[in-house]
Design a protein around this ligand. Sequence first.
Ligand SMILES: NC(=O)c1ccc[n+]([C@@H]2O[C@H](COP(=O)([O-])OP(=O)(O)OC[C@H]3O[C@@H](n4cnc5c(N)ncnc54)[C@H](OP(=O)(O)O)[C@@H]3O)[C@@H](O)[C@H]2O)c1
Length: 289
Amino acid sequence: MAKSKKIVVTGARGFIAKHLRNYLSENNIDLISISRNDFKQFKNESMIVSENYDENILLPKIKDSDALIHLVGIGNQSVNNDYNMINVELTKHIVNLCKKTKIKKIVYTSGLGVSSNTSLGYFISKYNAEKIIINSGLNFTIFRPSYIVGKDDHFTKYLKKQIKTGEIKIPGSGNYSIQPIYIDDVIQIISQSAIQPKFKNRIIDLVGPKNITFKQYVKLFSKGTKTNIKKIDLEDAYRDAITNPKSDFGIDDLNILIGDFRGNHEKLRKLTKMKFHSIVELLESGRLL
Ligand SMILES: NC(=O)c1ccc[n+]([C@@H]2O[C@H](COP(=O)([O-])OP(=O)(O)OC[C@H]3O[C@@H](n4cnc5c(N)ncnc54)[C@H](OP(=O)(O)O)[C@@H]3O)[C@@H](O)[C@H]2O)c1
């Protein structure tokens, strides 16, 4: 009988990780999930709680695993948690753990828009994390996702919160586009990539079938609700992001949103041979609300 696969997931309590763990558990994959804090276990899942991803705790538990899916990441900085510490240095630590435990495969979610030409701090940290992984000698798959949407991602939760106030604010013109992809498609792809050889040593845009302007997206999202859509001055949005730690959009949220980043969906479709959910249909059916 074939040996069942053993997969490690970091950042277990995050949005993608929760969906992925549920999916892997349902598909009878042996799962080892790591988080800084306690969390609810799925079946077939072992739990590791370690605030600093302590090597002494992790090494004996994750050794002999087939793959590690690294989902730790931050998109906002603070004095205690900056991009270099979490996106770069922690990735380096995880890569070293893979080498020490002879885990041969690593899957990483970077970001759409990451490139060697980027000047944005967030993207630079993701680029540096990519480089560490590429140069590690491990079999890697790096995904560069656009907005991954479901019912409970940060972006969708933000829009739902705005609907409750009766008004959604659009920074600037709203004519910049996004290329959202559905979480159920994403977890299937990430799961495949941890196991299938065709994903070996590839950097892949994780983007949906269609570009849609933020203005159109918000309109469809709030269809059927009594929500006023209001454009706000971009300068005001940035000032709020800079001066108000509780602002809905962080500086890099705005940079990414208005950056108008586009990815190659066709390449993803050909590689995965999957039929993707249409985000427009999901929005029209109200399934994201
Ligand atoms: N969702 C998207 O649309 C999207 C798009 C592009 C890229 N990505 C990337 O995909 C990855 C996962 O995204 P997500 O949406 O699932 O993010 P998320 O919900 O914010 O989860 C990220 C997880 O990272 C861990 N983490 C955060 N700060 C940490 C710290 N200081 N030390 C150790 N662990 C820390 C946390 O896990 P625990 O609480 O379990 O410790 C957190 O739940 C991230 O790298 C993100 O940049 C996501």
